[in-house]
Design a protein around this ligand. Sequence first.
Ligand SMILES: Nc1nc2c(c(=O)[nH]1)N[C@H]1C(S)=C(S)[C@@H](COP(=O)(O)O)O[C@H]1N2
Ligand SMILES: [Mo]
Length: 218
Amino acid sequence: MSDDDLPPETKLTRSKRAWASSNKFITGTTARPESERLPPGQHIVRDWPVLDLGKQPDVSRERWKLRIGGLVDRPQTLDWAAFMALPQTQARSDIHCVTTWSRYDNDWTGVATRDLLDLVGPRDEASHLMLHGYDGYTTNVPLADFAAPEAIIVHSWQGAPLSREHGGPVRLVIPHLYFWKSAKWLGGIDFLGADKPGFWEVNGYHMRGDPWAEERYS
Ligand SMILES: Nc1nc2c(c(=O)[nH]1)N[C@H]1C(S)=C(S)[C@@H](COP(=O)(O)O)O[C@H]1N2
Ligand SMILES: [Mo]
């Protein structure tokens, strides 16, 4: 029986089980001891700083779209209603910025990247992603990091809509990597067969950006 003969529910359930059991997505990002919560060279801040290229695009929920393409079986263009119709996940995580501030206990609501992966079906050749912001920003991530269980495409922070300055209406959050990988004003995701540097990576930032390994610059 081929996958196409199965009803959509069953396909989704099957691929969920596949993500859960796949070695491809074991990245060692599961809970760390509290003593290792703050990565080396970081300090804790209480307020949430704003960092970007200086232009903060004004993208209404009505105008916002998320295009997902490249090496996937089912390319998508999601509008707000389609995005909100996907399974909604709540997650709490810490932010670690390469400029050395960290902010603990951010409460996010959005779509888990794993649910998005179930929707689009990455092909076997897909190994990396390029994320695109509405401001023209790009950043690259390995598929395994994007697929981490705690990675989430968010529309709300601390129970309120994500503000424009922090990337609203929708941004990515990959908490186990430095925050420059978490594209604000997310508008596009391209699945690629090889790694390729994004905006900061072209300018000397690390291709992966693991805070615990201090992968700041390459
Ligand atoms: N679209 C877009 N996303 C972006 C950036 C940007 O300039 N444009 N800056 C990155 C950097 S360097 C950081 S540290 C975080 C900052 O997010 P914040 O302003 O919400 O703290 O967003 C990341 N995502
Ligand atoms: Mo940053």
